[in-house]
Unconditional design. Structure first.
Length: 425
């Protein structure tokens, strides 16, 4: 009998792939990328409409799409009442444990089908595994993670999903449009909706691709922003202008000066640029790729979970920057590391992620090959002003000292861009 190996999903498979069907080979080694996107947020934020918009948009552009339903809603719509949560001591942990089992089963099953199909695909998840933490006390959540032997929440967050799209409830900034008529499972007042929205946002702090869609525009433009951000994630052309949202800080941040109610996540990051083949496409003027190792740092300053990613960047002759990202495992990371570009330094940073005024921020504090640069990245959308100048509606945290806004000039790229900083003299 042929020797067997174990796949990432834990299933034993023959090492001789010729024994497998085409679909089985695809499910083990997918020939095309699969993107997992969480759509989350408070009640009446636009999740259902977003999923309805994204599915045909992506299918028309060659992607297979499956929408994964919310596990908790499946329980409630099939007979579990909200009374269950407080009926018996510890019931909240049992319910959320069940929700997590169901969510993992649904997501993994749908992903397996998409892998087997062998085409570029997107799995749209109606909420994700971290959402449960917004509906539990910290003690209960910690007990649940211990019960499930989860070593680090990074396994449930960036180690599992490519992006998280948080759609802010209409009760926050669009109060006249707040309604629960389209969801029989939800019963929240506007006040509770705002509270839950904030708790859900905090649940996902630390994901490097957390995008928050507020109600600063009308609902139609909010949906357009979701579509454009999805296009950027999967490498499709987008009309959304890529403008800088980076600021040079005067000093390294002092976490003791952060307000107590601001949830902070700290990471150690290793960024390694790879050797590149010759550019083939005529419209590509520059192309590079890098891998990244991202380790969560706990309150004791120790690494408590590591995830790995690959990013490919293409710059086109019409001024667009197209990024493609995928989650990889440690074995792939080590293999790609051997193909690193030795004309460049390995870039090491400390990163600090947090939310402020419904906006997502990450501080990049360089440690190698330089240690005197701190850059604040703001994940916000930009609008084009009346005179063709981009307006950046960024709410700068008052506990940080900003030196200046960084632009797309060659001078700023040379001094503050990781791609240039990595170059050896």
């Amino acid at each position: 009998s042929s020797r067997r190996i174990r796949s990432n999903s834990g299933i034993d498979i023959p090492q001789d792939l010729s024994e497998l069907s085409e679909a089985e080979v695809n499910s083990v080694a997918p020939p095309a990328p699969i993107y997992k996107i969480v759509l989350t947020g408070g009640p009446c934020g636009g999740k259902t409409t977003s999923m309805a918009r994204l599915s045909p948009y992506l299918r028309e552009r060659g992607f297979e799409v499956i929408a994964c339903p919310e596990a908790f809603s499946l329980l409630v719509s099939n007979g579990m009442s909200f009374d269950y949560l407080g009926a018996v001591e510890g019931m909240d942990v049992v319910v959320q444990d069940t929700v997590m089992d169901m969510q993992i089963g649904l997501e993994d099953g749908f992903e397996r089908v998409l892998r087997a199909r062998g085409k570029p695909a997107v799995l749209l998840c109606d909420r994700g595994l971290m959402d449960g933490s917004a509906y539990m006390a910290q003690e209960g959540w910690d007990r649940l993670l211990a019960k499930r032997d989860v070593q680090s929440v990074s396994e449930l967050r960036e180690g599992r999903y490519n992006a998280v799209f948080h759609l802010v409830t209409a009760a926050e900034g669009a109060e006249p449009f707040y309604t629960l008529e389209n969801n029989a499972v939800r019963t929240e007042t506007p006040e509770l909706a705002r509270e839950l929205d904030g708790m859900t946002r905090n649940a996902w702090v630390g994901h490097p691709n957390l995008k928050i869609f507020d109600n600063s525009t009308d609902f139609e433009k909010k949906m357009q922003r979701v579509v454009e951000e999805t296009a950027r994630l999967v490498g499709l052309p987008t009309q959304m202008q890529r403008v800088t949202t980076k600021f040079l800080l005067r000093n390294k941040p002092d976490l003791d000066k952060f307000p107590e109610d601001v949830r902070v996540r700290v990471f150690d990051v290793e960024k390694v640029y790879l050797n590149q083949d010759e550019i083939i496409a005529d419209n590509i003027i520059d192309e590079y790729a890098f891998i990244r190792m991202r380790s969560t740092v706990n309150e004791d300053g120790e690494a408590s979970g590591t995830v790995y990613g690959w990013t490919g960047v293409q710059k086109t002759d019409d001024g667009q920057t197209i990024e493609k990202k995928r989650i990889i495992n440690k074995r792939e990371y080590n293999s790609l590391f051997n193909n690193r570009d030795k004309s460049r330094h390995i870039v090491r940073q400390k990163r600090i992620s947090f939310l402020w005024n419904i906006q997502s921020f990450t501080i990049h504090e360089y440690q190698e090959p330089v240690s005197d640069i701190c850059i604040l990245h703001a994940q916000v959308q930009s609008t084009l002003g009346s005179e063709g100048v981009h307006d950046l509606d960024v709410s700068i945290p008052p506990f940080l000292e900003v030196d200046k806004l960084l632009g797309d000039s060659e001078e700023d790229k040379k001094h503050y861009g990781a791609y240039h900083i990595s170059l050896r003299d």
